[in-house]
Write a protein that binds this ligand. Structure first.
Ligand code: ATP
Ligand code: MG
Length: 487
């Protein structure tokens, strides 16, 4: 059996690992069994990126949530009836904690009776086998894979398999879900699942999907990496009208969706991982008028705060672009600081759709030049220390000043930077004692270079001393002028 714990730990981001350890710890303290479930395990097994952490506990998750809140986590939504908590763990890591439960159907298609259960029953009541796998996080069985419906083999066959003949009857929203997972993962429907699907469509079950369930699917869709593929599949099966008639009539704005997806790929390359749910929702509904967007979202059960976030996003982002391209942001360092604070989804939205060329070019400079330069800040600190500047507020201010100069293209070489650092710190080069004429070696290295080499760890300098061991004559100034004229 593969070591799932090892696989898990090697794939978690540091903040996800911290969240996992904390949930594990709190569950153990409360005497609850806890498991990783749902999308997290599926994504782990299939090699997809782990977007969020879904936990299932044999107990009450709200007690865990209360403790997590004390440590800085934010509860985004709590459903007391289903004992399901959506949470933003400390470090901006998304996840959920749910109580293990069984949905008991007296007759297919009726409202299920809810029973708190063990993890095994919980897994069996889920929608598809690939979503019904768990990893134990309990001390005695940590890393053990629980796969009562044989989901692993379906993943290997690249198939989405529903767990019972009543799957779509019991929850018609699974008609949307099955296509969402198939499109997302490039899987096909398992043969019997396909038959059940066709039968459900024949019986018109899609028209019994509740607005709330359809809304939850639209919500999940906007978080998908490739919503266009899913929407096309829904349209092919005439399912889009079950989400909303107006969306089906006007069609999703595929061009906008694709532009945003492309920007996401570009931002990944620059080291940003934006959560695009809000701008993606606007892109999906891009052919609808503003008031139509609002009414669609309300009708589909989006919470008032969510509707507001989505409907005000464009105005908010346009205002940010205006500020960014304004006079106050003329200095690159000011634009840099502004962009550092601007949410990544706004950056993505502007790159994809903004006609404010001034703002867009600053964003491009930020991503392609300024952010990479930021990685050089530790080197500037080392260089400043090497010329003898003691740590303190002045030290930090100088480092920031040099960084700001670098954003304008200055201070590219170590020599150039040393000149700047000496000027800003007021630390002059040590005067060199006169040596007898003729003894000076031609081409001896200037002290500046040695200090820089020391900063780079290439030359060892005596402890607490920054002057070269053997003082020598002041070196000629470096060839490159400190200030380059702009072309
Ligand atoms: P995503 O990556 O989109 O978050 P996910 O599988 O985690 O995918 P969620 O909608 O977050 O999807 O649901 C979490 C889990 O809850 C699913 O993996 C599935 O096991 C279960 N689940 C969700 N909706 C249903 C449903 N309608 N019927 C049965 N099980 C469901
Ligand atoms: Mg999930």
């Amino acid at each position: 059996m593969p070591d799932y714990m090892f696989l898990l730990e090697s794939r978690l981001l540091p903040e996800q690992r911290a969240a996992l350890l904390r949930v594990q710890e709190l569950s153990a303290a409360l005497g609850y069994n806890v498991y990783l479930t749902g999308g997290t395990v599926r994504d782990l097994i299939t090699g997809a990126s782990l977007r969020d952490l879904d936990f299932t506990v044999e107990g009450n998750p709200s007690k865990i949530a209360r403790e997590l809140e004390k440590g800085g986590a934010k509860v985004l939504h709590e459903d007391e009836k289903f004992r399901h908590v959506e949470i933003l763990f400390a470090g901006d890591c998304e996840g959920s904690i749910a109580a293990a439960r069984d949905d008991h159907y007296i007759r297919p298609g009726t409202k299920p009776e809810l029973r708190w259960s063990t993890i095994m029953e919980d897994l069996r009541r889920r929608d598809f086998s690939l979503n019904a796998i768990a990893i134990s996080l309990n001390p005695a069985s940590r890393g053990l894979l629980l796969d009562p419906t044989n989901g692993l083999s379906d993943v290997e066959r690249a198939e989405v398999r529903a767990l019972t003949i009543h799957s779509f009857t019991n929850q018609p929203v699974r008609l949307l879900r099955v296509l969402r997972f198939a499109a997302r993962m490039g899987f096909k429907l398992e043969q019997r699942t396909q038959e059940w699907f066709d039968l459900a469509i024949e019986r018109d079950l899609q028209h019994t999907i509740t607005e709330e369930d359809a809304g939850a699917e639209l919500h999940s869709l906007a978080r998908e990496e490739n919503p266009a593929a899913i929407l096309k599949l829904w349209e092919e099966h005439d399912l889009l009208e079950t989400v909303h008639a107006l969306l089906a009539k006007k069609h999703p704005d595929y061009d906008a969706i694709n532009r945003l997806s492309k920007v996401r790929d570009d931002l990944f390359m620059s080291g940003l991982r934006p959560r695009l749910a809000t701008p993606m929702m606007l892109a999906i509904l891009g052919r609808l008028k503003d008031n139509e967007v609002k009414s669609v979202l309300h009708k589909l059960g989006f919470r008032a705060a969510e509707v507001e976030t989505i409907t005000e996003f464009d105005e908010e982002t346009t205002a940010a672009a205006k500020e960014l391209s304004g006079k106050k942001m003329a200095a690159p360092i000011d634009a840099y600081r502004f962009l550092e604070k601007l949410p990544a989804d706004q950056i993505a939205y502007l790159l994809a759709f903004s006609s404010n060329s001034g703002a867009v070019s600053k964003i491009r400079a930020y991503l392609n030049k300024w952010r990479p330069l930021r990685q050089g800040i530790p080197a500037i600190s080392n260089e400043l220390a090497a010329i003898g500047m003691p740590a303190g507020p002045k030290f930090d201010a100088i480092v920031q000043q040099v960084f700001a100069m670098q954003l304008t293209g200055r201070g590219k070489t170590p020599e150039e930077r040393e000149k700047i650092l000496r000027k800003l710190s007021g630390i002059k080069e040590q005067p060199k004692p006169k040596e007898p004429k003729g003894k000076e070696k031609k081409g001896s290295k200037p002290a500046a270079t040695k200090a820089s080499l020391a900063a780079a760890g290439k030359v060892a300098l005596p402890a607490k001393s920054v002057a070269p061991a053997k003082p020598h004559k002041k070196a000629p100034p470096p060839k490159a002028p400190a200030k380059k004229k702009k072309k």
